[in-house]
Structures are given as C-alpha cells and as structure tokens.
Write a protein that binds this ligand. Structure first.
Ligand SMILES: CC(=O)SCCNC(=O)CCNC(=O)[C@H](O)C(C)(C)COP(=O)(O)OP(=O)(O)OC[C@H]1O[C@@H](n2cnc3c(N)ncnc32)[C@H](O)[C@@H]1OP(=O)(O)O
Ligand SMILES: Nc1ncnc2c1ncn2[C@@H]1O[C@H](COP(=O)(O)OP(=O)(O)OP(=O)(O)O)[C@@H](O)[C@H]1O
Length: 720
C-alpha cells in the first residue's frame, strides 16, 4: 500500500523449485492492493513448457499482454502494474532491464526461476566446452540482498528491506499561467518537466540557426513531450517538413505515438503511413508531415526541422554533420541510460554552446514512477548504467596489466571505471555486455592505467585450435561454437585449415574519450601481442568504419574478410582484420586478403554499392594481391587521354578506366590521395552517377569528376 501511495515499485526475485506457488502467493498479495492490474508477461514461447506456464497466468487476469522476449524491443513504450518474467529458460540482462523498466509506480516486477545459474539460454551462448563463470549472477544476487525494495526469495529464505513513501516524490503536471502552446497539449503532460519542454521548445521557432537539446535519464518522457511539441508545430504553417531520426526506429516510436495523441487532442485530422510490420513511418496533416528516416538518409535529407532521438548513441561525428546541413535541430538523448554515453555528450553540448544558439533542457522527474524509486536505483547500480571513465589526463606514462575477471568483479570501483570506458566508447554497449564480461571464460581483460586510473581496456577471446570435427560442422553450417573469426573464415571463405591455428580475437578495445588519439590504443595492442605467446594470429572483427579500420591498419593488421550483407542491427558491414604471428598464419593472411581485394574489385558495383567509397579504397590499398593485370592497351590509354582532355564523355571510356583502376589496386605503384582514390572507387568501381558519388563523398558532381580526371592522369603516367 505504501508503494501505491509513494508511487514507487517493488521487484521480487524468486529462485526456488516451487516457483509457481511462490509467484502465485505473491500475486495474491498484490491483488489485495490492486484488484485489476494490467499485466505484462515476458517469456520465450518456444521453450519447453513455457507456453503452458504463460497460459496458467493468463487465466488469472483480464488485462494481460504476453511478450516474446525476442520481440520485446517493439514494446519499449508499454507499461504495466505487474510485470512477470519467466526466467526458467533464460536469465538475460537485456530482457531484465527492458521489462523491469515497464513496471509502473505502485506496481511490482517479478522474476521467477528454478535456478538462476543453470540452463539459461543467453548464458549457454557464453559457455564453451561446458565452462562458464557466474560472476554476473553472484553480483546480481548480492546486490539484490542488500538493496531496499527488493523481495528476494531463495528457496524459503527471504531477504527484504522495505522502502518508504516518505523518500519519494511523485510527478505532477504544472501548466504555466498563460501558455503559448495550446492548453490541450499541456493537459496531456504528466510532469512539470514535460510542461516545461512543451513551452520552452518554442525557442527553436525563432529565426536563425537554433539547436535545442533535451536530456534526461531513461523514462522521463523526453520523446513523448517532443512528440506533443511536434504535433503543435504541424498545425503551425512554418514547419511543413519535419524529419525524425534515431539509431533504430524504436527509439523514436514514442515521438510518433505522441504526435498522434497531440493531433487527436487538437482535433486535427491526419493520415498515417505505416510500414508492413506496423511501424508508423510518416504522419501527414494538411501541408505538414513528420517522417522517420534512418541516420544514413538523414545526413543528406532536407526539411525545416530535424529531430534526432538517442542522439548520443549516434556518434558526435554524425551530429556535427547534421549541424552543418540543418538550421533547426533538436537533439533528444538519454544520459545515464543503456544506450547513452553521458558525460561525453554533455561535453559536446558545452562546446556547441560557444558556436551556435543553443538551449539545453534537462528533465528530472520520471513518468512511470516516483523520483527516488528504489528499483531504479537498483537497476542503475546492477547494470552500471551511470558508469563513466575515471577523469584522468594521459601524461605519457602507461601501465598495462591483465586483470582477472574475479578481481574486476570484486572491486566495484575498478569494475565501474573499466566498464565506464567500454560504455562511453562503444555506444552499443548493453546490460548483456556486463554478463559477458563477468561470465565468459576463455577471455583476457587487459587494462591500461595512467596515474593509477584506468584509461583503456581491451577484451580478448581465445579462438581457434579446432578439431577436424568442429571444422567440418562449421563448414556445413551446423554449429556455431563461438569462435567468431575461424567460424567466418571457414564458413564464408572456406579456409578450413585456418581453424586449426590458435588465435586471440580482440573483442573490444576502448580508450576513454579524452585520451583517444594519443597512442594508448596502439600501445595496448603492442602489449597484447607480446602476451600472445604460442599464438598464431591476433585479430579483430568489427563494423567497418574508416577511422577504426585505419587504427588497425596502422597497427599492422590486414583486412581478410568483409561481410557480403549489411548487418541491419549494427548498421554496417563487418570486417575482420588479422595480424599474423606465425608463418602458417601469414600464408592465410596473404591468400584471404587477396581474395578480399578481388571481391571488392569485381563486386563493388553490386555487393558493396552502398559502402562508403573511402572505406573501399582503404581496404583495396591494404590488401595483398596474388594476380596481376596485363599491360595497358594503347587504345585504352588513348581513350583515357581523350577523356582527360574533355574530348569524349566518361561513359565512352568506362571500360578503360575500370581496367586501369583494377591494375592500380593490384599493383599499388602510384601514390594517390585517399580522396582521389575514393572518387575513382565511387564512379568507376561502384558505378555511381556523378551526383550519387558526390553525395557519398560530400562533394559536388563537378568536384568528383575533377578528381577522377586527376587520378586517371596519374595512373596513366604510372602504368603505361
Ligand atoms: C573490436 C573493436 O573494439 S573495434 C572498435 C574500436 N573501438 C572504438 O571504436 C571505440 C572508440 N575509440 C577508441 O576507443 C580508440 O580511439 C581506439 C581504441 C579505436 C584507438 O585507440 P587510440 O589510443 O585512440 O589510438 P592511437 O592513438 O593508438 O592511434 C591513432 C590512430 O587510430 C585511428 N583512430 C581511430 N579512432 C580514433 C579516435 N577516436 N581518435 C583518434 N584516432 C583514432 C586513427 O587512424 C589514428 O591515426 P591518426 O592519428 O594518424 O589519424
Ligand atoms: N504525457 C504522457 N502521458 C502518458 N504516458 C506518457 C507521457 N509521457 C511519457 N509517457 C510514457 O512514459 C514512458 C517513457 O516516455 P518516453 O519514451 O517519452 O521517455 P524518454 O525519456 O524518451 O525515455 P527513453 O529514454 O526510454 O526513450 C513511455 O511509455 C511513454 O508512453
């Protein structure tokens, strides 16, 4: 009852063989306080008996929504009084975080399991040869016993320290006296912070370049209030064309839901464009529209206003690009969230303040529950959501050590600052990564310290050394044994013997943002290579990105593989780089990288049409070649000359240009700048029009053509 008054939540964790009885009696207790709760139930429908369990629960409630864990991203905006998680077959951090988040103030989340440590799906993906650690779960249980508001039932042992409504503050709306934004919209707000956003966002409508930044922890209703504000703008003439972008569609979903709520409240008619799977992609009313576009398209999109949700997660480089192209920009972002990189983004905003007219609105009050909610605190500390790197400036002194996973999980401050580096540098970090760090054996964690504080971290996984049987299974597509690099090279490059070599995959490397570009990453790699005694290769696999790839190439790694399909979730193509440490592996590197070069030369116009041409050029420049092209035919040379002199158009000489560029990348005798090479790649190998090549390269059509001519001239001199 006190929780209802104080609008705070409870979390119950049940680990017991008679879990159903225990959940039922807890639910009975809860029903005494709230007779008709809305219930959300999370599970894997296809696991043994899980559907039966769900059906049993479903009978008990009128308002019941069952959600398949694998689909749960779609339901981020949902909330319920009672959230029940089936943790019999899986105990996965991302799902726990996501579902507990759906619980409303006064409500309760229940996680039930027979045994948290064994037989869990995600954990199995971290298990190799039956070996896995349980540092994550032990920390989870230890915190659950210590934190208030958590009912922890292990067998028949109960730990629970209650919380009190005196310690919480409920959100209330507070409508300003004479609001400029319509009253109907203010009425829809649930906290005074939302009213504030609605009114103060008007800042963006005044003339000139303006940037509005809205930041808060998760669940403060940022997206909702911006959605309401956009519904107002749509009814005003000035903002006819509004784009919304975010790393994934789902982070913007609430914006669209609340544009609709707003338009409904204002009694305005609108039209929806929905994707096949039900996502609202565009809302139109009269001459105005709000449309979602992916970050790739937003870069060169046009309109009157752009909203970027989860802005910190997209990367500052992208934000700079948006700021160059747009006059009216709204950045919405979570700080201290799962996807967030808090301090780095806030520093970025501070720097921006001196360059453009900027307003920064911060929201404090949660929407779904009270400020001071004990479960929010538990989740923050459990998943280290507010982990940040230690503040330290690198002064040239670097101590590099490997730290055992046990040491890391025993020392919360060390864990927090090491994990903070990973969270801040890799925006895709999620609660799952903490479990991976704690539980996956066969890994090595290397930490770089400056002035005794962590500034860099590197996670290494041992791979390879496979048996014939394992290799055969992988080659037949049967099993994924978790050896990522050998797996890809065996399955897609058919390099069976490579599987027998011993390797270290650098799964993660990150340097705290203030200290990047000072040589720390390279020194860590050097040290890791020294540690790799008796190892044939050290490698890495990551989403292809120009500057990250440059880092590996600088450190002596060679690209050997590039995926043929874009990974939609990661929004890019993955690339594998390897540094050979033994003669045997050297042979593979030469062979595989030559094959990669050939693949790029022959298929850039189809397989890699959408890949950044600079990246293709960088790959072509840094791969071996085992074949040569013949002499440049005189006819080709003459044609190209005629083109350079402006006597014939490009299409007339396209085949000659293709020949010459292929020859260049096979022989690498001419020294062209990466910009010129990228223009050649875009036009000649990818077959883009001048216009599209220009879009990719940030150049005008004329500039691209100038570079192509310039490049062809040098190549002709070198090779004919
Ligand atoms: C498997 C993986 O984890 S791949 C992903 C790698 N990690 C990340 O992208 C996280 C964010 N970035 C970082 O943490 C670091 O910048 C790292 C790990 C990529 C590189 O470490 P650093 O100490 O910054 O690199 P270091 O100073 O040794 O080398 C500099 C070179 O790396 C490249 N580089 C890549 N990213 C950066 C960056 N953010 N800042 C500066 N240089 C970078 C450049 O080519 C640079 O050479 P240049 O100065 O001639 O342009
Ligand atoms: N005014 C409102 N009325 C009803 N529900 C609201 C309101 N504002 C927010 N919500 C609900 O609260 C939840 C959090 O809102 P929203 O997604 O806007 O928060 P956010 O701060 O953007 O959080 P996140 O970081 O999760 O994106 C959502 O489920 C949303 O539907």
């Amino acid at each position: 009852m006190d929780a209802v008054n104080g609008y705070y939540r409870h979390l119950a964790i049940i680990e017991s063989q008679d879990y159903l009885e225990k959940v039922n009696s807890l639910v009975e207790e809860y029903l005494k306080v709230n007779k008709k709760p809305r219930v959300i139930y999370g599970f894997h429908p296809w696991l043994d008996n899980s559907k039966d369990r769900m059906m049993e629960f479903r009978k008990k409630f009128e308002n019941f929504l069952d959600i398949d864990y694998s689909n749960s991203e779609k339901y981020l905006g949902q909330s319920a009084d009672l959230v029940i998680l089936d943790a019999i077959g899986d105990f996965r951090p991302n799902y726990i975080a996501r579902f507990v988040d759906m619980t409303k103030g006064g409500g309760m989340a229940i996680i039930y399991s027979d045994d948290i440590l064994r037989g869990k799906l995600y954990k199995e993906s971290l298990t190799r040869d039956g070996v896995v650690k349980d540092l994550f779960e032990r920390r989870f249980m230890e915190l659950a016993k210590r934190y208030r508001g958590i009912i922890f039932l292990q067998g028949d042992r109960l730990t629970f320290t209650p919380y009190s409504s005196n310690e919480t503050h409920k959100p209330y709306k507070k409508i300003p006296k004479s609001p400029k934004v319509p009253m109907e919209l203010h009425e829809l707000c649930l906290s005074s912070d939302q009213n504030k956003v609605l009114e103060e966002s008007l800042f963006i409508t005044s003339p000139g370049k303006r940037v509005l930044v809205v930041t808060a922890a998760r669940g403060r209703g940022k997206s909702a209030s911006i959605g309401l504000f956009l519904s107002y703008l749509m009814t005003e003439e000035k903002f006819g064309n509004i784009l919304v972008s975010s790393p994934t569609y789902y982070s913007s979903q609430e914006i669209f839901n609340f544009v609709i709520k707003g338009l409904d409240a204002l009694n305005v008619k609108y039209k929806l464009n929905t994707s096949r799977d039900g996502k609202i992609m565009k809302i139109t009313t009269g001459d105005s529209r709000v449309k979602w576009v992916s970050p790739d398209l937003a870069r060169n999109g046009e309109g009157d206003l752009i909203v970027v949700d989860e802005a910190a997660a997209i990367g500052m480089e992208f934000l700079d690009y948006i700021l160059q192209g747009w006059d009216k920009v709204i950045f919405v972002t979570t700080v201290h969230g799962y996807e967030g990189s808090g301090k780095a983004f806030l520093k970025y905003v501070d720097r921006l303040k001196s360059k453009v007219l900027l307003k920064h609105i911060k929201m404090d009050y949660p929407i779904r529950y009270a400020k001071g909610d004990p479960i929010e605190k538990f989740m923050f500390d459990l998943f280290l959501l507010d982990a940040e790197p230690a503040e330290v400036m690198y002064n040239g002194e670097l101590k590099i050590e490997d730290v055992s996973q046990e040491e890391l999980f025993q020392d919360n401050n060390l864990l927090k600052s090491v994990y903070g580096i990973l969270v801040t540098a890799h925006y895709r970090n999620s609660p799952d990564d903490l479990m991976l760090l704690g539980d996956m054996a066969f890994q090595k964690v290397v930490v770089g310290y400056s002035s005794e504080k962590p500034v860099a971290v590197c996670q290494v996984v041992y791979e390879g050394d496979l048996t014939d049987r394992q290799i055969e299974d992988i080659s037949n597509g049967l099993k994924n044994e978790g050896h990522l690099i050998p797996h890809r090279l065996i399955k897609y490059m058919r390099a069976f013997e490579f599987g027998k070599l011993k390797g270290w995959r650098i799964m993660r490397i990150a340097v705290s943002p203030e200290n990047q570009g000072k040589g720390i990453g390279s020194r860590i790699i050097e040290e890791v290579i020294k540690m790799a005694k008796g190892v044939d290769w050290v490698g890495s696999s990551f989403v292809a990105d120009y500057s990250v790839l440059s880092f590996w190439i600088k450190n002596g790694f060679t690209p050997v593989y590039l995926s043929s399909i874009k990974n939609e979730e990661l929004n890019g193509y993955s690339v594998i780089v390897i540094r050979a440490l033994s003669e045997k592996s050297k042979g593979f590197v030469v062979k595989l990288s030559s094959l990669l070069k050939d693949k790029l030369l022959r298929t850039s116009h189809q397989v890699y049409y959408n890949l950044n041409p600079q990246l293709i050029a960088l790959l072509l420049r840094n791969t071996y070649s085992e074949r040569r092209e013949g002499e440049v035919p005189d006819l080709y040379a003459n044609k190209i000359k005629a083109y350079i002199e402006g006597k014939v158009p490009y299409n007339v000489i396209a085949e000659a240009a293709h020949f010459l560029i292929t020859k260049h990348f096979l022989e690498l005798k001419a020294n062209l700048s990466i910009e010129v090479e990228a223009s050649l790649v875009a036009r000649v190998l990818q077959g883009k029009s001048w216009y599209h090549a220009g879009l990719m390269l940030g150049l005008s059509s004329r500039e691209v053509e100038e570079r192509v001519k310039q490049g062809l001239e040098v190549l002709l001199k070198t090779y004919s």
